[in-house]
Design a binder for this molecule. Structure first.
Ligand SMILES: [Zn+2]
Length: 413
């Protein structure tokens, strides 16, 4: 590797800016970093020579010649993003640019307890590394979104409301010890929200709430473009907002939490009641007479086919979720709410009109273009796993840069 006589910190900082921007001209990079064009030119030469960036086409002209754009070199780095849900796990391997290299989905086995599930997850990761020919030492970082309540500083799942065996599971430590790489663990609603920021439809919204509706319900809150974590780090437990004191008992011990009314499990439970009460022939047929086969996707299909029971159930679901959102909107005044997660993928567009109607009728904040926008996420499951890589990409890139550009100095100091 060539020697790097420039300040490594300045060079690394410029590299991080290139990564965050995607592609950027030298002039724009000088502006962003506050360095002189001369210094930036030297830094870019070094980064090009060291193989961290490459020239990536030309930007728009601001009068003169069209500037050459720089971006992170394609294919550089190996990151794993893991979306560990209550039922399924999704694993993505990407480069430092977030380009997908490999993807896998499997049952998470979280219901069998942390020991079984962690070993299963390690087996899945090892399989992917083997398949892609990536050794442990080539792995630059692992970002993990877990659906339990996560203490971010230690990467421990403190508890998992639906899974009583998951108390104080040191997920980060387990992965650090095995793979000897950079590991971060966060709540899945937040890693999904990062994916939405990076790949989805957030645009320029600074005050943004992401609501994940899947096996459970969580939220990630962004104020001024910054994630708000709360005092103990787990702000956003939106699913445990009680909206009906006489509602069903929730796994958290309270009654009538939003999660007991709108989540996948709640919808399936209600659909089963419908079938056993003889209210929906369509669902009965689709599930082949066995309500254990029922899925949220079937419910969506039955509603699209005009099944009255399913239509009514989805309308109610939209109203209830809308009521929960009204609380958020009145409290936080967000510009944008994106509803994502597995349930949203299946039924989101079907319940959106009812959600919007409820919000229009009940929220305090009104008025023209200032009104909150509510969108259903267009991201796919694999994007959630890619979102988890964003937890570690900056640290992993810094580590890779330091190792490749000044290995001797480090060891000597
Ligand atoms: Zn609850």
């Amino acid at each position: 590797m060539p020697k790097m006589p420039l300040s490594p910190l300045h060079t690394l900082h410029s590299l991080q800016v290139v990564r965050a921007e995607g592609s950027i001209s030298r002039a724009h990079l000088a502006e962003k970093t506050g360095h002189s064009p001369f210094l930036i030119s030297k830094i870019c030469d070094k980064l090009l020579a060291a193989g961290f960036v490459s020239e990536a086409g030309q930007g728009d002209s601001t009068g003169g010649r069209r500037p050459t754009l720089l971006s992170l070199k394609p294919g550089l780095g190996r990151l794993l993003g893991i979306h560990l849900g209550t039922v399924n796990v999704r694993i993505a391997m990407t480069d430092f640019r977030g380009e997908l290299i490999e993807y896998a989905k499997a049952e998470s086995h979280c219901n069998l307890g942390p020991e079984v599930a962690m070993q299963h997850l390690i087996d899945l990761v090892d399989q992917m590394l083997k398949k892609t020919g990536v050794s442990y030492s080539e792995l630059d970082g692992i970002g993990i979104g877990a659906s339990g309540v996560v203490e971010r500083n230690t990467g421990t799942t403190l508890f998992w409301p639906k899974l009583p065996l998951w108390i104080n599971v040191p997920v980060r430590k387990i992965f650090e010890e095995r793979y000897k790489t950079v590991v971060e663990v966060e709540d899945t609603s937040r890693t999904q929200a990062f994916a939405e920021y990076r790949l989805g439809g957030v645009d320029s919204a600074k005050h943004f709430v992401y609501v994940a509706v899947g096996a459970g319900i969580g939220a990630a809150l962004f104020f001024n473009g910054q994630l708000y974590s709360g005092g103990a780090g787990f702000a956003g437990e939106f699913g445990h907002m009680s909206i009906s004191e006489t509602g069903p008992l929730c796994s958290c011990g309270n009654r009538g939490c939003l999660e007991t009314i709108v989540s996948a499990a709640a919808l399936i439970r209600k659909a089963r009641h419908g079938i056993s009460g003889g209210l929906s022939n369509a669902l009965m047929k689709m599930s082949l007479g066995n309500s254990a086969n029922l899925s949220v996707e079937m419910l969506a299909q039955a509603a699209r086919d005009g099944d009255r029971f399913s239509l009514r159930l989805l309308a109610e679901t939209g109203t209830q979720l809308g009521r929960g959102l009204v609380g958020l909107i009145n409290l936080l005044n967000p510009e944008l709410i994106v509803i994502g997660g597995g349930v949203a993928s299946a039924i989101g567009e079907l319940i959106l009109p009812e959600i919007e109607r409820t919000v229009r009728e009940r929220a305090m904040i009104q008025g023209g273009d200032k009104q909150v926008r509510i969108q259903i996420s267009k991201l796919q499951e694999r994007d959630w796993a890619v979102g988890a890589t964003l937890l570690v990409v900056e640290r992993a890139l810094a580590k890779s840069f330091t190792e490749k550009t000044e290995p001797k100095k480090r060891a000597a100091s």
